[in-house]
Structure formats: structure tokens, C-alpha cells
Design a protein around this ligand. Structure first.
Ligand code: NAP
Length: 466
């Protein structure tokens, strides 16, 4: 019996279980740190174990490459701001997809260079690996550029967009079948290059029409694709751990995608292909005579001090200004005056799932006063004042009415139904989706202009003086 092999298999099995436990732990903020640790240890074991059987020169090669990867990873993790986390995830997804596509290409070439016997299903799997991996790569890069605002986050549709997309898919499959039927080795390299290019273009064509507001769903979907591509690569190089971890990423990505679609009340089809069917963008414009009423901090302080119940809606601007600790102070003062304060958390507020929960937990704001959209939406009608801190899209009433808006159908927090609305924002900036928000020009809305942190500090001081 080969004991080395047996030990390898046992460690692989335990590490696979480690990944499953890791995912389970990540589902709750209380166990998330432990989950990360278990995931890291499992990944480390999987990387290290196969090295034992490698020749020395390959181990050195592996160590140098790993070291480079570790250095880049540490620098990126230290430099990236919390608000830029989605683009980092998109970038890593893309690299995962590219790696899987390259494995598929190498395996295919390897089979033929070594005159190995390859059946048709393996050929199809290899080409699927190239297709999915390369779509994931170029699609993720577009998602990265949109999120980083290096290109517009608006919908971009090119002439004959749908037709070209469908044709490219068809050409891709036709080329695969030409190879299967001819088995012409001379054609292989050309078909691989063609299919790779086609898949890269398809990734761009599929993601570029999707508006910024839908990017979180797209990233989650691409994450799932990168898992599927890794799983395919695992089948090709007969690596069980890659198959298992790839399937876990694929499945969890698709579950998260589904949950996000549900939170936005949209079908996945509508998120991914919705833009292809928008005929004309009749986006609602704010009329010139409708302007944003300005409040000074003292106005806000008086309104809040005279309220019996208040709902605070945090959004992306809170994360930008890092005002979570200042909200805590304001909340404490209001509560000490027997004012009922609740927080309304929208599932896609901020720039990543759970973003607001993480920020508020950082400031030790108790979980008991945080309410999800479904729990709190019926309470706005009886609320004296809503305080919107750097949120925009998640309170945009257009989502209920404007069928042409990229926000249409997304459930929003019913802030517009409250008696008074106080908004913190720096200027007239639009939300992530680039859509105007009529809530800001309503009669009962007043805006305190400036960075949310500074405004909160001033407003809290004013309340202390009342
Ligand atoms: P939002 O629609 O992006 O609006 C943020 C608002 O904050 C803007 O109106 C901006 O106005 C204001 N702001 C920015 N910096 C500020 C600062 N320092 N102080 C005060 N105000 C500031 O944010 P949201 O309502 O949270 O909605 C999230 C959006 O991001 C949704 O469209 C969602 O689909 C998308 N998204 C979500 C995720 C996720 O997973 N949560 C990931 C990616 C994208 P000014 O410029 O005028 O200040």
C-alpha cells in the first residue's frame, strides 16, 4: 500500500470538509473569523501536501511563484479600502477564470502533443473550460472597470449587440464541432485561439450592457462561473480538490446570486439580459424649479429633538465618510432623550452584501435596533423623521414607478412615506445607478450638505445644546 498517497487523500478529504465548514461559519458574523481561519488552513494544507512528492527544482519554482503571489496579495489586501472590496473580488474572480481557461488549453494541447487518447466528451469539457474561464476573465475585468469608475457604470449597448453576441456563441460551438468531426490536429491551435478570442469578446459583450446598480449580482454570478471553470479544470487534470472547491464556489455563488435577485425583486434573466430589451431610456429628470431644500445642522437638530421615533438609513456615503462611530454617539444622545431610534438596512446598501451591518457592528451599534427591509418597511408611515446618511438608490421611489429605470422593481426603503426627511450628502451627486432621485426634492425633505461625518458631528453638538 502506498502510504504517501493514502495520507494525501486523507488530508484532501479533511481539507474539503474544512471548506464546507468554512462556508457554514461565514454565514454568521459571530463565526466568520473562525470560518476564514479554517478556510485558510485547509487551503494551505492542499497547496503544501502535493509538494512533498515533487522534485527539488519544481519545489523552488513553486515557492518563488507562491512568494510573489503572497506579496501581491498582502499589498492588495492592505491597500484596498472596504468600499473597493467588490472590485477586488471581481478582479480575483477574473484571474481564477483565466487560470482555469489556461489549464483547459494546456490539457487539450498536452493530449495531442503526447498522442494520448481523448474522447469527444473530454474535448467538449476542455472547450467549455476555455469558454467559461475566458468569459469570466473579460467579464470580471469590465465589472472591475465599472465599479472603479474607470469606465461609465451606465448601460452600454452597441449596434447589433444581441445579434453579434448570439452569432459569436454559435461560431464558438460550430468550431468545436468542426474539430470533433475532423479531428484535424493542424486546426487545433487555430480553433483554440479563435475560441479564446471569441470567449473574451463574449465576456465583454455580456457584462458591458449591465448597469452599475446590478454589478453586485453580476460579480456574484461571475464568482460562480469562476468556480465552475475551476471545477472543469479539476476534471481535466484529475484533481479532486479542484473539483470539490470549484463546485463549492460555483454553488455558493449561484445561491448568493439568487438571494440578491430576490432582494431586488428581479429575475436573474432580467438582471443579465434586461438591458438588451430596453428600447428607449425615458429616465425621469428633476425639473429646474424642483430644487433641494437646504437645512443647517440646527434645523436638523430641532426636528430630531422633537421627534418621538426616528429611522436612520445608512448607505454608501456612510462608508465613504467613515461616520459609523458618530452615528453611534448621535443614537445614544437621542435614546437618552427617550426617542425611539431604529436602523433600516437595505440588502444592497453600500458596495457589498452586508456592508452596512459590518460598519455598524464596528461601532458596536446593537443588532436589536437593526431592521431588514421587510421588517421595517411598514413602519415608515408612522415615523416622525427619517435620517438618510449617504444613501440614494436604496430610497429612490423611481424604483416603484419608472419601468425604464435600471432601478425598476428593486424593493426600496419607504423613506418617502415618513413625516420628515433629513438627508446627509455632499452635493447633488446621483446614486450608484446614475439615476435622479425625486425624494431629495420633496417638500418634506431637507438636505444637510457636506461630508456625512462632519455634518453628524455638528448636528450632534447642536442637539447637545438644545
Ligand atoms: P448610492 O446610491 O451609491 O448613493 C450614495 C450617496 O452617498 C450619493 O448620493 C452621494 O451623494 C452620497 N455620498 C457619497 N459620499 C458621501 C460622503 N462622504 N458624505 C455624505 N454623502 C456622501 O448608495 P446606496 O443608496 O447605499 O445604494 C447602493 C448602490 O450601490 C445600489 O445601487 C447598489 O445596487 C449598488 N451596489 C451595491 C453593492 C452591494 O452589494 N451592497 C455592490 C456594488 C454596488 P453626493 O455625491 O452628493 O455626496
Amino acid at each position: 500500500m502506498n502510504y504517501n498517497l493514502l495520507i494525501n487523500e486523507i488530508i484532501f478529504l479533511i481539507s474539503s470538509l474544512g471548506f464546507i465548514v468554512c462556508l457554514k461559519c461565514l454565514a454568521s458574523p459571530k463565526t466568520a473569523k473562525l470560518g476564514n481561519l479554517i478556510g485558510m488552513i485547509s487551503m494551505f494544507a492542499i497547496i503544501i501536501i502535493p509538494l512533498i512528492n515533487l522534485p527539488f527544482n519544481k519545489i523552488i519554482f513553486f515557492c518563488i511563484n507562491s512568494l510573489l503571489g503572497i506579496i501581491v496579495g498582502i499589498i492588495l489586501a492592505k491597500k484596498i479600502k472596504m468600499t473597493a472590496m467588490p472590485q477586488m473580488v471581481a478582479f480575483f474572480n477574473g484571474l481564477g477564470g483565466l487560470a482555469s481557461a489556461l489549464v483547459s488549453i494546456l490539457e487539450l494541447i498536452n493530449y495531442y502533443n503526447n498522442n494520448l487518447n481523448i474522447n469527444n466528451s473530454d474535448i467538449i469539457i476542455s472547450f467549455l473550460g476555455i469558454l467559461i474561464g475566458a468569459i469570466t476573465f473579460s467579464g470580471s475585468i469590465i465589472a472591475y472597470l465599472k465599479l472603479q469608475e474607470l469606465i461609465t457604470s451606465n448601460t452600454i449597448i452597441m449596434p447589433f449587440h444581441t445579434l453579434i453576441t448570439v452569432l459569436l456563441f454559435l461560431i464558438n460551438f460550430i468550431l468545436i464541432f468542426i474539430f470533433i468531426f475532423t479531428k484535424n490536429i493542424l486546426l487545433l491551435n487555430y480553433i483554440i485561439i479563435f475560441n479564446l478570442l471569441i470567449a473574451l469578446i463574449l465576456g465583454i459583450l455580456l457584462v458591458i450592457p449591465i448597469g452599475g446598480a446590478d454589478m453586485p449580482v453580476v460579480i456574484s454570478l461571475l464568482n460562480s462561473y469562476s468556480g465552475i471553470a475551476a471545477s472543469i479544470a479539476g476534471f481535466l487534470i484529475n484533481n479532486k480538490i479542484l473539483i470539490i472547491s470549484g463546485s463549492l464556489v460555483g454553488a455558493s455563488g449561484i445561491i448568493l446570486t439568487r438571494l440578491m435577485c430576490q432582494a431586488m425583486n428581479r429575475s436573474l434573466f432580467n438582471v443579465v439580459f434586461g438591458a438588451f430589451f430596453i428600447k428607449k431610456n425615458n429616465e425621469i429628470q428633476i425639473k429646474e424649479e424642483q430644487h433641494m431644500k437646504e437645512y443647517q445642522c440646527i434645523d436638523g437638530a430641532i426636528i430630531l429633538n422633537n421627534s418621538e421615533n426616528i429611522i436612520i438609513i445608512p448607505g454608501y456615503g456612510l462608508a465613504v465618510s467613515q461616520a459609523q462611530h458618530n452615528i453611534k454617539e448621535l443614537t445614544n444622545i437621542l435614546k437618552s432623550r427617550e426617542i425611539n431610534v431604529k436602523f433600516a438596512i437595505h440588502p444592497v446598501a453600500g458596495r457589498m452584501p452586508g456592508h452596512m451591518n459590518v460598519l455598524l457592528a464596528e461601532a458596536d451599534i446593537p443588532y436589536e435596533i437593526l431592521y431588514d427591509l421587510d421588517e421595517i418597511n411598514s413602519e415608515f408611515e408612522n415615523t416622525d423623521t427619517v435620517l438618510i446618511i449617504g444613501a440614494n438608490d436604496v430610497v429612490n421611489p423611481i424604483a416603484r414607478t419608472d419601468k425604464n429605470s435600471p432601478l425598476f422593481g428593486m424593493p426600496i426603503l419607504n423613506a418617502d412615506k415618513a413625516k420628515n426627511i433629513i438627508v446627509f450628502k455632499r452635493g447633488k451627486g446621483k446614486g450608484f445607478s446614475g439615476v435622479e432621485n425625486p425624494l431629495f426634492v420633496m417638500e418634506k425633505t431637507g438636505t444637510i450638505f457636506g461630508d456625512a461625518k462632519k455634518s453628524l458631528i455638528n448636528l450632534t453638538n447642536e442637539i447637545k445644546n438644545l
